[in-house]
Design a protein around this ligand. Structure first.
Ligand code: GLN
Length: 258
């Protein structure tokens, strides 16, 4: 339904922008695949050729995409994803060149140093984000609102969170935002809440990660366009007016206030 191409199909034109949809067969809860669709549509509205490259567990991971998105998933899916992406390190090579990546929830956890799974063991991550993830005392479920901390973002961020994991940032990782409603990255069970507290998401190099499902780019067009300007290497993109997006944002922010 996303109308995708496979990693080995040639670029139809030299200038076609390729959006890598990473492991939608195991990672992509709560409509996270939709993030790739939104990137493609916002490019097409600006007159760019764009296509979604569907990268599954059966594929070698290409390093040739212009931007990548990876969604959330549960423990078993995360372990499969982490193993496949470390054995076929196309995303890592792209990140080393500064190619933007958007990672959601379990996607964020997989790109970290390690994440703890249900049996209490630590599964290795890809080590591209200076973060570690271990369980909270209780699962965080519901609307999540955050004020952005990242340069280039001014609009309140809105999404939906559902995660057991608490993700702690190391010194090389910066917060995407500060949660004003909902939990965000959370605090591992047994640890005291930290000063400076309610961090949401991670920014490190060309990677942006968040606990926001939704899909997050449907609700936060400014974040979508920031990723796209980086993918295209431009300072900004011409604005597009989408009244339905404004309405969606109003509704979801009001739902979080209730
Ligand atoms: N399994 C992970 C957790 O509960 C991620 C869940 C998700 O991606 N929604 O923390």
């Amino acid at each position: 339904p996303l109308d995708t191409v496979s990693p080995d199909s040639p670029r139809p034109t030299e200038s076609t922008v390729r959006i890598g949809l990473v492991l939608p067969d195991v990672m992509g809860t709560y409509g996270d695949d939709g993030n790739s669709l939104i990137l493609r549509q916002r490019l097409r509205w600006r007159g760019y050729d764009a296509e979604i490259v569907r990268i599954t567990l059966d594929d070698a991971v290409p390093d040739s995409c212009d931007i990548y998105t990876v969604g959330g998933g549960e423990d078993t899916a995360q372990k499969l994803a982490s193993r496949h992406l470390s054995g076929s390190p196309g995303v890592q090579r792209a990140v080393a060149r500064g190619v933007p990546v958007l990672a959601i929830c379990a996607g964020m956890q997989v790109f970290g140093e390690w994440f703890m799974v249900a049996d209490g063991s630590r599964a290795p991550g890809l080590g591209l984000l200076d973060v570690t993830t271990s369980p909270q005392a209780t699962r965080s479920i519901g609307e999540l609102v955050a004020e952005p901390q990242m340069a280039g973002l001014t609009q309140t961020l809105t999404g939906f969170e559902n995660h057991m994991g608490a993700t702690v940032l190391g010194p090389d990782a910066a917060p995407l935002g500060v949660a004003t409603s909902g939990v965000g990255n959370g605090v591992p069970a047994g640890e005291p809440a930290r000063a400076g507290g309610r961090v949401e998401g991670v920014v490190q190099g060309s990677m942006i990660a968040t606990y926001m499902h939704g899909p997050v780019l449907a609700r936060n067009p400014e974040l979508a366009d920031l990723l796209l300007s980086r993918a295209l290497g431009v300072d900004s993109l011409p604005p597009v007016e989408v009244p339905a997006v404004d309405q969606l944002r109003r509704e979801r922010l009001a739902a979080a206030r209730r």
